[in-house]
Write a protein that binds this ligand. Structure first.
Ligand SMILES: Nc1ncnc2c1ncn2[C@@H]1O[C@H](COP(=O)(O)OP(=O)(O)OP(=O)(O)O)[C@@H](O)[C@H]1O
Ligand code: SF4
Ligand SMILES: [Mg+2]
Length: 347
């Protein structure tokens, strides 16, 4: 069991989360036995290539998977509510979940344009959660909405609030999405690739904004990205996902100095480094992520792993805890060995 218990009061504890989805080609094993915990005010970075199950995992925490796609699931999502009660979001009726979305947990989706309603003015989209969850009247909600827009760095918030989403730049739209997510001061924010569609300068601004708001609201955050570099300095812990599983979990510093899973090593080698000469070629991870329909037996990374051995193709490696590092887990039979203080190397 992956545990952040020693890092403060646990807000979220996920145990054995498994999600199956229907697709035209068969049953998708999108999330497989995922466990982790997250303390109040802390950031968990979730990293993995496209299709590794990051968004399905995030949406299942929010109870926002499309019902017609859901083919089955199991596990617990234990969430500490403001009143001090623990709720299992996995089994909570939709009506009660809806009351928690906004004031307790909120999500910034991958694509800001789909997260905003194109035909509604920002004022409507911002004031709705304020009126619904906080009981503010029309005027109070409008004033608060203007404050929220200003707090996410929208210039002339009072003038902009009556605009439509298409009148804003991509970066400004994402700021509005963040303002809506934070409208009711949630204790957990899930940010799913919040900067994917934005250029590098705006990406940094948005990530800095999220970090500032997180500090101010003492909010826990799950920051999802395919780029290990993005979470390097922004997450307290990092979960590396591959083929629906968390294959490595560790405090961020530990992950970078003594990573154990060959997939983490491969992701690490694909991060551009500031000291690399400009013509340095990034080491792309060879091969492609596996299909999650009818997964082959054994370790899902085996076809791409330079360290794979016959056993890897026969058995699924269980999650094990590193000796003397209770919050460092990995799922590999032959973990990467490390040189003290240096980069990992293979065997
Ligand atoms: N609504 C759905 N119905 C059926 N399958 C889905 C659905 N949403 C996602 N999947 C499948 O679930 C698997 C995990 O997808 P997911 O979107 O979680 O990946 P991801 O890690 O978020 O990728 P990306 O980095 O591209 O956003 C994929 O195989 C995907 O095709
Ligand atoms: S279990 Fe085997 S194939 Fe899988 S990552 Fe470890 S060494 Fe590679
Ligand atoms: Mg995604």
């Amino acid at each position: 069991m992956i545990d952040a218990g020693s890092h403060g009061e646990v807000l979220l504890r996920v145990n054995g989360l498994t999600v199956r989805l229907h697709s035209g080609n068969g049953l998708v094993h999108a999330v497989e036995d995922v466990s982790f915990s997250l303390a109040r005010g802390q950031t968990l970075g979730v990293v993995g290539e496209s299709g590794s199950g990051k968004s399905v995992m995030a949406r299942s925490l929010m109870g926002l998977l499309p019902k017609r796609a859901l083919a089955g699931g199991s596990g617990e999502i234990l969430f500490q509510t403001a009143g001090g009660a623990q709720r299992d979001l996995a089994s909570l009726p939709e009506k009660q979940l809806r009351l928690l979305r906004g004031p307790a947990l909120a999500m910034v989706f991958q694509d800001p344009m789909t997260a905003l309603n194109p035909v509604l003015r920002l004022s409507v989209q911002l004031t709705e959660p304020l009126r619904l969850h906080l009981g503010l009247d029309r005027q109070q909600a409008r004033s608060r909405a203007i404050e929220l827009l200003a707090s996410v760095g929208i210039p002339d918030a009072a003038g902009r609030i009556d605009q439509f989403p298409h009148q804003l730049s991509g970066g400004m739209r994402q700021r509005v999405v963040i303002a809506i997510a934070l409208a009711c001061s949630p204790s957990l924010l899930i940010a799913d690739e919040p900067t994917t569609a934005l250029d590098v300068t705006v990406q940094k601004q948005i990530l800095d904004l999220l970090a500032r708001l997180q500090r101010e609201l003492h909010m826990a955050m799950i920051l999802i990205t395919h780029d290990l570099g993005v979470v390097a300095s922004r997450a307290d812990h990092i979960a590396v996902m591959y083929a629906g599983r968390v294959v490595e979990y560790a405090p961020a510093n530990t992950l970078f100095t003594s990573m154990k899973h060959p997939y983490t090593e491969a992701l690490f080698n694909s991060i551009p480094r500031i000291n690399d000469p400009s013509h340095t070629r990034l080491q792309a991870i060879p091969g492609r992520p596996p299909q999650l329909i009818d997964p082959a037996p054994g370790c899902a990374f085996a076809p791409r792993c330079q360290y794979a051995q016959p056993r890897c193709r026969e058995q699924t490696p269980p999650v094990v805890t590193v000796a003397d590092a209770p919050d460092h887990q990995h799922a590999c039979f032959f973990p990467v060995s490390t040189i003290p203080g240096g980069r990992p190397h293979g065997r």
